[in-house]
Design a protein around this ligand. Structure first.
Ligand SMILES: Cc1cc2nc3c(=O)[nH]c(=O)nc-3n(C[C@H](O)[C@H](O)[C@H](O)COP(=O)(O)OP(=O)(O)OC[C@H]3O[C@@H](n4cnc5c(N)ncnc54)[C@H](O)[C@@H]3O)c2cc1C
Length: 422
């Protein structure tokens, strides 16, 4: 085993783990991070802050800050109830500034959610969208003449479905199916994105869509417009077509995941983060002096020691929580999990009940500093913090607060950690 000692070990490489590693490194701490790509790989790339509350009534909010206030008032244990707006704004701005420095710009309205198109043709309220999706928000708001392009051989994205879903309120929306300039047969977003890094294929794509443009002011594509620098690909296509160009996410896994992952793979190591990527913590121990972890299995094991740890292992999807026949358990430290008292309460007769299932608000109870509590109600360790989907009393999927909650709680966890250091 090789060994190393750090100020903090971040366990998790989803939105919460990436944000925690970023904020801790920016605060001058030495950081190690492990985890395999999680929800980030399946996300649309949109950063939701707060969209739906109360979940049971499906009330949608245009002003996410009013929604945060409402959920904090109505559910006093929701993690947002422990945050304040300036910190939350600083967290999300810090996160998106970092992404912009890696070629992935984000944008949105100053004080309200954007309405963004999804691949199903529905409209999602979200706080920040990749800049390459922004003109789609504007096109939808103004219902301007728009052509949605899709491709022979690309599954999971249908311009026709999109138009069908929106035609009642957007009569100037049309669709055109073209052949992708490089390769026929089954197409994959990542391969298409690589091809479009080459200006030659962008020119051919512009030629293919030219006969369909008509009076369109906007031109929407599935999100395949480049992997590393999509802003440049969009700008070039705008120049070639004379139209405002935007992207719509494809169904997961979409290109948003590899784009975000690439930004962190490029940007975190120069900040001093030691990334033990694609490996998970297989053993963990803590005592008064700090933490000892074993990362990986077999011959590739690495031992890491750290003075503090941030647990950002997600819920069931991320494998931060595991369920057996009796209970829901936390997978790394076996911390107590807030959960329905009996197994029967995990279930609902209606699978798609809008209220959600009780198990989807299970997770870790934390104190004001975002330290998980032990069975005696005190922090499990002075210097153990938690962030993201693993936190109890929230149902991010139904509340539409996934990435926003992950990023803002990571900020709070790092603040808590620094409070102990300073
Ligand atoms: C299909 C889908 C679509 C989504 N769309 C959106 C969207 O449009 N907008 C939005 O805001 N959010 C969206 N999300 C949510 C978002 O991607 C995150 O899942 C959510 O914000 C929670 O992030 P997290 O980092 O807490 O957990 P996760 O993303 O689940 O990450 C958990 C991490 O912990 C790691 N881990 C687990 N156990 C260990 C261990 N023992 N050692 C080391 N690492 C470990 C995992 O490998 C993973 O890296 C979507 C999620 C999914 C699945």
């Amino acid at each position: 085993m090789s060994g190393n000692t750090h100020d903090v070990m971040v366990i998790g490489a989803g939105f919460a783990g990436m944000a925690a590693a970023l904020f801790a490194a920016q605060a001058g701490l030495s950081v190690a991070q492990s985890g395999v790509t999680g929800g980030i790989d399946f996300s649309t790339g949109f950063i939701d802050l707060m969209g739906v509350h109360p979940v049971a009534e499906g009330v949608r909010w245009d002003d996410p800050w009013a929604a945060v206030e409402a959920v904090s008032r109505d559910c006093s244990k929701h993690p947002y109830a422990r945050m304040n707006r300036p910190d939350m704004e600083a967290a999300i701005d810090g996160f998106t500034d970092f992404l912009a420095s890696q070629g992935l710009e984000y944008t949105g309205h100053a004080d309200r959610n954007c309405r963004a198109l999804t691949p199903a043709g529905t409209v999602k309220r979200t706080w920040r969208v990749p800049r390459t999706a922004w003109k789609g928000v504007l096109a939808l708001e103004s219902a301007a003449p728009t052509v949605i392009v899709d491709f022979h051989g690309l599954k999971g994205f249908s311009g026709r479905q999109l138009v069908e879903m929106r035609k009642a309120t957007w009569p100037g929306l049309r669709t055109a199916r073209v052949t992708f300039p490089r390769g026929s047969g089954e197409l994959y977003p990542e391969h298409m994105a690589w091809a479009l890094a080459d200006p030659k294929y962008r020119a051919k794509l512009a030629e293919a869509v030219a006969p369909h443009l008509g009076d369109a002011e906007y031109l929407g594509f599935p999100a395949v417009l480049g992997l590393v620098d999509p802003g440049r690909v969009v700008a070039h296509l705008e120049e070639l077509t004379g139209r405002q160009v935007f992207e719509i996410p494809t169904i997961p896994p979409s290109i948003a995941g590899p784009r975000l992952r690439g930004a962190f793979d490029r940007g975190l190591p120069p900040l001093g983060v030691r990334t033990l990527s694609q490996a998970t913590v297989t053993e963990a121990g803590m005592d008064r002096d700090g933490f000892r972890f074993v990362v990986g299995r077999g011959g590739g094991k690495t031992e890491v020691r750290a003075g503090a740890a941030i647990l950002a292992t997600g819920r069931f999807f991320g494998k931060g929580l595991m369920a057996d026949r009796h209970a829901i358990r936390e997978a790394v430290f076996d911390l107590p999990v807030v959960q329905p008292e009996t197994r029967e309460q995990w279930h609902d007769r209606e699978f798609f009940n809008a209220r959600g299932h009780a198990a989807n608000a299970s997770g870790l109870e934390v104190d004001e500093l975002f330290r998980p509590l032990a069975r005696d109600g005190r922090p499990a360790h002075e210097r153990l913090f938690a962030a993201g989907a693993i936190l109890a009393h929230q149902d991010w999927m139904r509340m539409k607060c996934g990435a926003g909650l992950a990023i803002t709680s990571a900020w709070r966890a790092v603040q808590g950690l620094r409070q102990g250091v300073d």
